[in-house]
Design a protein around this ligand. Structure first.
Ligand SMILES: Cc1cc2nc3c(=O)[nH]c(=O)nc-3n(C[C@H](O)[C@H](O)[C@H](O)COP(=O)(O)O)c2cc1C
Length: 195
């Protein structure tokens, strides 16, 4: 099983990353073929730039020519080859850090991640059937979780995942709360979950 971790965590002591590690631990134990290969796309290190007029033109030209050898397509190739995708993203400004949006922008590549069928609907070219989204929030998340719901749409429509799961811990920064206890409860939930 080839698992892609899209890591949008920023802080070294990230609690979201801690929960994501629990998900990865569980997935490694579930791997049916006994093989577990983890590829991490650390968005802090990658520092993906937003598309501008020049890079957008270049991208359009390369896609039209069917030439995916350029380095800008690396993220899309990596995504298309994953059997499962885990997204670790703290709840920032009611959704997620901007680096994750830039990742989406970099990977929406026709011919690699998806194609449009004759009716104009997107069809996935990815292998993954499962997306697991992990998030922690300082306060309460008033539903819907906009970060998860957005990534679920992307994942379902373009990556073709059929199973989409959210694990979120809330109220970690609320004064008087014990964040460690909240995290431990979430860890227990992840360990007992069926995914
Ligand atoms: C830039 C920024 C924006 C945030 N926005 C929100 C928010 O909109 N709602 C909320 O409940 N918490 C918000 N928080 C708090 C984080 O969600 C919370 O501390 C989270 O657990 C951080 O995850 P981490 O430990 O993985 O870094 C924000 C924190 C930062 C640094």
């Amino acid at each position: 099983m080839n698992v892609l971790l899209i890591n949008a965590c920023v802080r070294k002591e990230s609690r979201t990353r801690r929960l994501a590690d629990e998900v990865l631990k569980k997935l490694s134990g579930l791997s049916a073929d006994g093989e577990f290969v983890l590829t991490e796309c650390d968005l802090q290190k990658e520092d993906i730039r937003p598309l501008n007029e020049e890079t957008l033109k270049l991208r359009d030209r390369l896609i039209a020519a069917g030439d995916y050898s350029h380095g800008m397509f690396r993220y899309a190739r990596e995504l298309a080859e994953a059997d499962a995708v885990v997204i670790a993203a703290p709840f920032w400004d009611m959704s997620f850090p901007a680096s994750l949006k830039l990742y989406v922008e970099a990977t929406m590549v026709t011919g690699l991640v998806f194609r449009y069928n004759e009716q104009g609907f997107p069809e996935s070219l990815c292998r993954a059937k499962e997306m697991i989204y992990v998030s922690t929030a300082g306060g309460p998340v008033f539903p819907p979780h906009h970060g998860y719901e957005y990534m679920k749409m992307i994942s379902e429509y373009f990556w073709g995942t059929r199973k989409n799961v959210l694990f979120q811990a809330e109220n970690l920064d609320v004064i008087g709360n014990d964040p460690e206890q909240i995290l431990q409860e979430k860890i227990r939930e992840i360990r007992e979950a069926d995914f």
